[in-house]
Design a protein around this ligand. Structure first.
Ligand code: AMP
Length: 113
């Protein structure tokens, strides 16, 4: 989508601290970090959110997790990290391009707010 901020980051048209990119996914630092490590991992192809995923997306969705694992190792947070996907406005989704939050570097409580 031409006006989607995460699509523009993937295409290199909007500024971001990209830390990983391959043919399926891109990972970049969150603009408003909620933990010492806060990275967003997004599919390169526009998918609005979990409510829009299709069976054909399964390889891409799997890649989000393998990249999360790899980045968690590289960033030294394997003692504990949290992966979050907000789905819909009531859950706090504010950018409607699917993204996996990778958060680490501090303790996390449960239940979340
Ligand atoms: P969510 O509320 O789950 O949709 O998460 C959206 C996340 O995107 C928030 O944590 C924002 O801080 C982050 N965000 C929004 N715009 C940008 C941007 N241009 N670059 C990096 N992160 C962003």
């Amino acid at each position: 989508m031409s006006d989607c901020i995460f699509c523009r980051i993937v295409r290199g048209e909007a500024p971001a601290q990209i830390i990983y990119q391959d043919e399926e996914v891109t990972a970049f630092r969150d603009l408003n970090p909620q933990a010492p490590v806060h990275v967003l991992i997004v599919p390169n192809r526009h998918i609005a959110g979990v409510a829009q995923v299709e069976p054909d997306d399964e390889p891409t969705l799997g890649r989000l997790f393998t990249v999360a694992r790899r980045l968690a190792e590289e960033m030294g947070i394997t003692e504990g990290y949290r992966l979050v996907v907000n789905s819909g406005p009531l859950a706090g989704q504010s950018v409607f391009h699917l993204h996996l939050h990778l958060l680490g570097g501090r303790p996390f409580r449960w239940p979340p707010g």
